[in-house]
Write a new protein. Structure first.
Length: 136
């Protein structure tokens, strides 16, 4: 049950990006400015990259939702997904520090990835051990 809850949380954390696919650039630029971005021109390439990353992040969220449907059947994939989250959390935290960004949002993003990723990894490990013990 804990594993399923963590997978659903990961799904929501990523699929929220779907709004970036549909929101007008002016709205997105305003939100990013409030998070600390500076001078975001209405550049077609930036607009394209926003849509590309928002779409990709949304599909990552959908993958976590799919894994939550039958976690016992997907334990090896779930462990890989957990490692992905942990590595992403380290990347985000490191990038935020190196770039000297304001702590919000990178601390939130990094912490989310690390906490959920470690939680999924530990929970998947416990589920694998339980599955093995039930088989013996």
């Amino acid at each position: 049950m804990v594993l399923r809850i963590l997978l659903v949380c990961a799904g929501f954390g990523w699929v929220i990006s779907v709004f970036g696919v549909f929101m007008p650039w002016s709205f997105v630029a305003k939100q990013l400015t409030e998070l600390g971005a500076q001078n975001l021109p209405n550049d077609p390439m930036l607009n394209y990259w926003l849509r590309m990353t928002a779409g990709a992040f949304s599909f990552i969220g959908l993958a976590f939702f799919a894994l939550s449907l039958r976690p016992q059947a997907y334990l090896p994939v779930i462990r890989f997904a957990a490692v992905f989250l942990i590595v992403e959390g380290v990347i985000l935290g490191t990038a935020g520090l190196v770039l000297e960004l304001f702590p919000i949002p990178y601390c939130v993003d990094s912490s989310f990835c690390l906490v959920i990723g470690i939680g999924i990894l530990l929970s998947a490990r416990n589920n694998m051990l339980e599955k093995r013990d039930q088989g013996s």
